[in-house]
Design a protein. Structure first.
Length: 290
């Protein structure tokens, strides 16, 4: 059976499994994608390797994207869409640009992007962007279950976002919230409603503890906006703050996951998941008037 089906059967929790990134660079590349798509596609592998080198250590994660449908690549030159996203809590942003050639992506200031600073490389995008992983060479579950959703909703397909055992997977930009076990209805809700807590794997700029805590608070209060941040962590808790000043301490514990393969073709193994066991709202301190 497919790894994503076995993970679902095992009841493996989604929260706390998001990839780590403070920013995302999404570069359009038509045609087939290999397992390590940035250097195994019709993109010049030398260029792909250089983009990886420049992104290393900056917090920027690179994805290739393409429109749904047939993936023929005629190798004819043309503009390439690129999206840049900063996931900084409360100050996330998304930009897009059309490049005459993919090599123009080398002009990007990776350090600035990773730190959440826009250099006006592109123009601002107001609407959120949901990308769906369809990288079959990394794991067939992604293409098998992700492609129908991308096609039906006309969403960009993307390369590996991590955690293919949770396929179909997607990433919501600019906030960097990742989702697993997507279906058409949930994908539509994310596009129209915002940061939905249902099946959210966490926000990429937070640690696994912070991811679990933020999703738990979001689910409890029904918050869909970019107004929550993680302000403190211990080995068994994390504190989440709302932009309006409210705070919650979320108790966390480790929980074993029944044996399941991490991806198709691998042997089942036992994993440890972080889960939220309690959410306590902290007293809000109101400054005394002078």
């Amino acid at each position: 059976m497919r790894c994503s089906i076995l993970s679902d059967f095992a009841g493996e929790p989604l929260a706390g499994t998001a990839a780590t990134a403070t920013a995302w660079l999404c570069l359009e590349q038509p045609g087939p994608w290999g397992r390590d798509a940035i250097v195994e596609s019709h993109l010049d592998p030398v260029l792909g390797a250089e983009l990886q080198r420049r992104a290393a250590g900056t917090g920027v994660r690179i994805l290739l994207i393409r429109r749904p449908g047939k993936h023929a690549d005629t190798h004819v030159g043309g503009s390439r869409r690129v999206y840049l996203a900063s996931t900084k809590p409360g100050a996330s942003w998304l930009e897009q640009a059309d490049l005459a050639a993919p090599e123009e992506a080398l002009e990007l200031d990776f350090e600035a992007l990773g730190q959440g600073r826009s250099t006006a490389f592109g123009t601002p995008v107001e609407d959120p962007l949901l990308l769906v992983c369809t990288n079959s060479k990394r794991d067939v579950c992604c293409a098998l279950y992700g492609r129908p959703i991308a096609t039906a909703l006309n969403l960009w397909e993307c390369t590996h976002t991590g955690g293919h055992r949770f396929a179909p997977t997607g990433v919501l930009l600019p906030t960097g919230h990742l989702y697993g076990r997507l279906d058409h209805q949930l994908a539509q809700r994310v596009v129209t409603e915002g940061i939905v807590a249902d099946r959210c794997r966490g926000r990429s700029c937070f640690t696994p503890r912070g991811q679990v805590a933020e999703v738990a608070v979001r689910a409890q209060i029904g918050e869909t906006r970019d107004v929550l941040t993680v302000v403190g962590e211990t080995h068994d808790s994390a504190t989440v703050r709302h932009a309006d000043g409210r705070e919650w301490r979320v108790a966390l514990t480790e929980q074993p996951v029944p044996p399941r393969p991490a991806s198709c073709g691998k042997s089942p193994d036992i994993a440890i998941a972080l889960v939220a066991t309690a959410i306590d709202e902290l007293a809000t301190v109101v400054p005394c008037p002078r």
